[in-house]
Design a protein around this ligand. Structure first.
Ligand SMILES: CSC[C@@H](O)[C@@H](O)C(=O)COP(=O)(O)O
Length: 360
């Protein structure tokens, strides 16, 4: 069996890609069970993304890129033209999996453009090129996480408690993590940090996944109900807040897991820095502000149920927006692999992302 893996994989990794298909660690079952879902077709990959077998912005981008390769493997196109048109159809199908995290669309677009750029390649050659491109995407994300860790670690205090929301860790990326990657790097550099993980109702990514991940790498973690964050901040028990992002607009507004906005406002009220760690693939400069970011509404069922049991009275409705938008003024700094971005965001985001020096 042939295994497609990055050269320096992280200790924690959400999936395994082989010539028999893609094996995704089923994040719906964690931490109770570590089981894998085997995807052989792009449709199975789309379902896995939709159903949150795999989740987190960078991870769904990489997963979709691999899904596109699985689809391309079955195209049976004889000409380059037929191959490209089949590829685009699959990319359009995969793009329907989830609407908010821009990494999904970014990854699919990059894959299709890569194939289109190879003017002389036939179907078999294009398939090899796409396989290599998906692997590069994964490796680059892993590298971006490490870089964000190295850059962001300096922002965290020498000791204290960092609060995080949802799961922006190795399970949500190609490995190492965005927000959790920064915490890991700070701890690896000798900082004495512990983590408060918001449980993150209704899907409980914080209680289940962040707690699982940090515990596995030996970082002290305590799970708190989402509603406890403000009280703990006011009592001086939080020194910094750090979260990931699903899409960042050109003005610095940040779409992230529902509840992030409240945390940012509470952090400001209590004089605590609020950091967002995300790779450049999470920025959408075509969105002028957060108002333009599509926010996924998930099934009401996720709110009605808690640990598999119905908790709301029959006949009562529930709303389930999966993300919210934190206005840029609440964000102390954006941590990317290209550098740390500070306000004014509309000027500094394009500068840092294109490798120029930001204005102070
Ligand atoms: C590193 S992904 C951004 C995260 O902070 C968070 O919003 C997230 O985990 C994504 O949400 P999810 O709905 O679990 O896919």
């Amino acid at each position: 069996m042939k295994v497609f893996q990055p050269r320096n994989p992280d200790l924690l990794c959400a999936w395994r890609w082989t010539d028999r298909g893609l094996y995704l660690l089923d994040q719906r079952k964690l931490p109770a069970r570590e089981v894998y879902v085997h995807c052989r077709t792009w449709q199975e990959v789309r379902r896995a993304i939709k159903d949150m077998v795999v989740r987190g912005a960078p991870a769904i981008g990489i997963t979709a890129a691999i899904g596109l390769v699985l689809g391309a493997e079955r195209l049976r196109a004889r000409t380059r033209r037929a191959f490209l048109s089949g590829l685009k159809r699959i990319a359009q199908g995969l793009a329907k999996a989830r609407p908010t995290a821009v990494n999904l669309f970014w990854a699919l677009e990059r894959m299709v453009k890569r194939a289109e750029a190879e003017a002389a390649a036939g179907p078999q050659e294009l398939l090899e090129i796409l396989r290599a491109e998906a692997l590069s995407l994964w490796e680059e994300d892993l590298e971006a996480c490490r870089r964000m860790g190295a850059l962001g670690a300096g922002l965290l205090p020498e000791e204290g408690t960092v609060l995080t929301h949802c799961n922006a860790g190795a399970l949500a990326t190609g490995g190492y993590g965005t927000a959790l990657g920064v915490i890991r790097a700070a701890v690896e550099a000798g900082k004495r940090l512990s983590v408060l993980a918001d449980e993150t109702r209704p899907y409980l990514q914080g209680a289940r996944l962040t707690a699982w991940e940090l515990h596995k790498v030996g970082i002290p973690v305590t799970v708190i109900p989402d509603a406890a964050a403000g009280f703990l901040m006011a009592r001086g028990r939080v020194q910094a807040v750090i979260v990931g992002a699903d899409r960042i607009a050109a003005n610095g507004d940040v779409a992230n897991k529902i509840g992030t906005y409240s945390l940012a406002v509470l952090a400001r009220e209590n004089g605590i820095p609020f950091y967002v760690a995300a790779p450049s693939s999470t920025f959408d400069l075509t969105c002028f502000s957060g108002e333009g970011i599509p926010i996924e509404e998930r099934a009401a069922e996720e709110v009605h149920l808690c640990a598999g049991r119905r908790i709301t009275p029959r006949g009562v409705s529930a709303l389930n927006p999966a993300f919210d938008v934190t206005p840029a003024p609440y964000v102390t700094a954006l941590i990317t692999e290209k550098g740390i971005i500070q306000p004014p965001y509309p000027e500094n985001i394009p500068r840092v992302l294109s490798g120029e020096t930001p204005t102070s």
